[in-house]
Ligand binder design. Structure first.
Ligand SMILES: Cc1cc2nc3c(=O)[nH]c(=O)nc-3n(C[C@H](O)[C@H](O)[C@H](O)COP(=O)(O)OP(=O)(O)OC[C@H]3O[C@@H](n4cnc5c(N)ncnc54)[C@H](O)[C@@H]3O)c2cc1C
Length: 383
């Protein structure tokens, strides 16, 4: 396959060790975790941390592997092979959503305390941005952190927070001023063992069922000022940068999973006899499948292009947003289309395709809905 030219022997060794972990320690338990509506992230992350999977790109000074974006892509591609969306999402929250801002802008204290523990898998992280009245419009958020002596006093609520019932810390965006504009927000690390923190509700969802999603509540939570990430008033900007990591992570997750779904569908169509012959003989189905594989290859190549851009320090905001939109829509299209080819069987909960169809739905909503990213892309294009 063409993409093998991008990876050397060391890359492939890492890929194999992640794949082995996925096959042995994750995939056999997916049904159970989907049923439970939660996965034991503390146990899993400890194992993954010990294997070096949670700190691929992070500085060895804090326990990371200090590897490049190619290894990061390998990790994400292999996570795309997990037979549900909930577990890859929980992992990506730990590696690409709750920790990048700590690594990039956090103090030595925050990196030593939270980044190191997240990389080791000793702490579970969550990213807390969305609120009941502020999703796409992040700047509408109301959770307030008021400076009081050496503390900030936090009041408000967050919703749809992935890993929310298990998290040891939240990377949380709050207002620190009522002034209009983007300099009224600050990003904090909020430990969940402080008085005033409450998980108000674990949410029941259409998909991503093995991932726990929670509504969180902060009632006069006193947060030490040293838990502020970077400078007060710069949090919105830090979070926009952090979103780039989150959005980037969705590209490999989408194309790798879509590709696996197609492989599995082909295997089914070869066996399923309809009108006296295997369904795979139907040209209309074959054409659909190869067209999707072509689109998947385009998305993979865009991802590898982004890796090359990042590797030389170029800003890939435009390409990442393009890829997030394309990936979300493509994954949904493939999941919908493959389910159609399974017929009634595809509608059964016992089938991976039915779960993928439900899980895929989130990719064009979460972390910037397709329309929101298209708006931002339009601005970048100057219209
Ligand atoms: C399972 C799950 C897990 C999540 N995990 C997290 C998490 O860990 N942390 C976190 O902070 N958030 C999380 N979220 C929140 C997620 O990022 C938001 O749901 C998303 O950003 C959309 O915000 P909203 O739901 O408030 O939708 P709204 O902002 O109410 O938007 C609704 C819809 O309106 C359309 N729309 C919005 N803006 C525009 C526009 N400018 N032009 C045209 N159409 C538009 C879009 O289609 C959008 O889907 C999660 C959500 C889910 C469902």
């Amino acid at each position: 396959m063409s993409h093998t030219i991008y990876f050397n022997k060391e890359h492939e060794q890492v890929r194999k060790s992640i794949r082995d972990f996925v096959n042995k320690r994750l995939n056999p338990f997916v049904e159970e975790w989907e049923e439970d509506g939660i996965a034991p992230l503390h146990d899993l992350f400890k194992e993954m941390g010990a294997l070096g999977f949670l700190g691929i790109r992070y500085d060895p000074k804090y326990g990371g592997e200090g590897l490049d974006y190619w290894y990061d892509v390998i990790m994400l591609e292999e996570c795309g092979r997990i037979r549900c969306g909930g577990i890859p999402m929980a992992i990506a929250v730990q590696t690409h959503m709750a920790t990048p801002a700590i690594a990039e802008f956090g103090s030595e204290y925050l990196k030593e305390t939270y980044l190191r523990a997240a990389i080791k898998g000793e702490m579970v992280g969550a990213i807390a941005v969305t609120e009941p009245d502020a999703g796409s419009d992040v700047a509408a958020l109301r959770t307030y952190a008021k400076k009081d002596g050496d503390d900030y006093v936090l009041n408000g609520s967050k919703t749809y927070i992935t890993n929310g019932t298990q998290a040891d810390f939240l990377t949380l965006l709050a207002r620190t001023s009522e002034d209009p504009g983007y300099h009224s927000f600050s990003l904090f690390v909020v430990p969940t063992d402080l008085p005033g923190f409450k998980v108000s509700r674990k949410l029941d969802k259409l998909g991503m069922r093995s991932s726990d999603t929670a509504e969180l509540y902060f009632d006069n939570l006193r947060l030490p000022a040293r838990n502020l990430i970077g400078q007060e008033g710069e949090g919105f900007i830090y979070q926009m940068k952090q979103f780039q990591h989150e959005r980037f992570s969705t590209l490999p997750l989408c194309y790798a999973c879509a590709e696996e779904l197609i492989r599995e569908t082909v295997a089914y169509l070869k066996k399923r006899i309809v009108f006296g012959e295997p369904l795979i003989k139907k040209q209309v189905l074959r054409h659909r499948l190869v067209n999707w594989l072509g689109e998947i290859e385009c998305l993979r190549q865009l991802t590898y292009h982004i890796v090359r851009m990042k590797s030389v320090g170029l800003d890939a905001t435009r390409e990442i947003s393009q890829g997030k939109v394309i990936g979300g829509e493509l994954f949904n299209k493939v999941a919908y289309g493959c389910l159609q080819m399974y017929g009634g069987m595809g509608f059964m909960n016992e089938m991976w395709i039915s779960r993928a169809f439900r899980d895929a739905r989130l990719y064009s909503i979460g972390g910037g809905a397709s329309e929101v990213l298209c708006d931002a892309l339009g601005k970048l294009e100057g219209f």
